[in-house]
Write a protein that binds this ligand. Sequence first.
Ligand code: FMN
Length: 379
Amino acid sequence: MKKLSSLFVFILLLKINAMMAQDNKAHVLVLIHSDNGGTYELAKEIAAGIESSNHASAVIKQVKESSSQKLKNIPVATVDELASYDGIAFGSPVYFGNISTGMSEFLSKTVNLWTNHALEGMPATVFMSAGSGAGKELALQSFWNSLAVHGMVLVSNGIRGTETMNKAIPQGNSVLGITSVASLKDVERPTKDERLLAQLQGRNFAKVAAALKGTLSKKETASIEKPMDFKAMLQQKNIVLPQVPKPAGNYKPFVRSGNLIFINQVALKDGKILNPGKLGVDVNEQQVKEATKATMLNVLSVLNEAVGGDLSKVKQCVQLTGIFNTKDDYTKHADLMNVASDLTVEVFGEKGKHARATLGASSIPVNSSVEIQAIFEVE
Ligand SMILES: Cc1cc2nc3c(=O)[nH]c(=O)nc-3n(C[C@H](O)[C@H](O)[C@H](O)COP(=O)(O)O)c2cc1C
């Protein structure tokens, strides 16, 4: 009996040790965009290299859903989860000596992380799948440009693994990070040397990620949680809030009831209605979309006033209703209203997602092509 209980305690200690070791490991995200799977092939080697170090665990995710058979089961990363890792290995195809559009679009959504310094001090490394290899180092460096703006610690690959490399064929080795020269079909790509270099890159990166794990000071971590600087974010995104339109009658630009703010606006811009009239008669869809954007900017401007110029007090966009001046048989109101919805989500992220209604009207006040009614919940 005594022997049995000592065995039980021993196994328990082993388990606790294993759990602690797991917890002490650096958690690395291998974040990719890939069209045809070349970048994914390298990502698997990078992840294997990370795991082989015993210092870190790796998870591969992609920046957007893919319809490719090879890629469709890879989970899609959210922007917000990036800050939760101890390091990120970024991979993308080379597009015209640059990072790919898919990766670029994803990174352009990280403005909130940037303004909150959320990735500062976190190690990053990059790898790419190229076609001919033209501009591959420019492309790797362009990756670094974006990550440097985030204040990430850029981990180069240096010169490793080249001793045994077959130098008789073009290979994607680079000191900045591994690439694969995918369109050269003399041998299978990535070559076994490119795969090895990717593993070595992952292994080296894991060491750095593990060494830096938890080194962000409490003060810096606290800054991650501080409220978002909306003024800087709007400026960065080139979103200019217009002057709050003056009421044209016996009403107020907004009413606050409890924690809800109610706002109604039309397409007033610089003192006159932008693209006035009926869709399909006086104006086309593109013009109504422009008017919709101007209208939503008016809504945001009034909202900004309602929260005393501090948009971080907005808890949720609850509902948007878009009313469009259309002919009886028009049905694509949702396309028009997407302009307003997209702008709201661009500004507020998840908090900008709302319930929505759209409808057509035979006329709208002051001959505007659109009116938007909005309800926001605020602190
Ligand atoms: C728009 C576009 C631009 C590209 N520009 C380059 C380039 O400048 N240099 C290069 O070597 N390959 C270039 N390629 C080829 C891709 O980098 C190559 O096919 C890569 O292996 C794709 O990676 P994936 O298999 O992960 O999608 C380009 C491909 C596209 C679609």
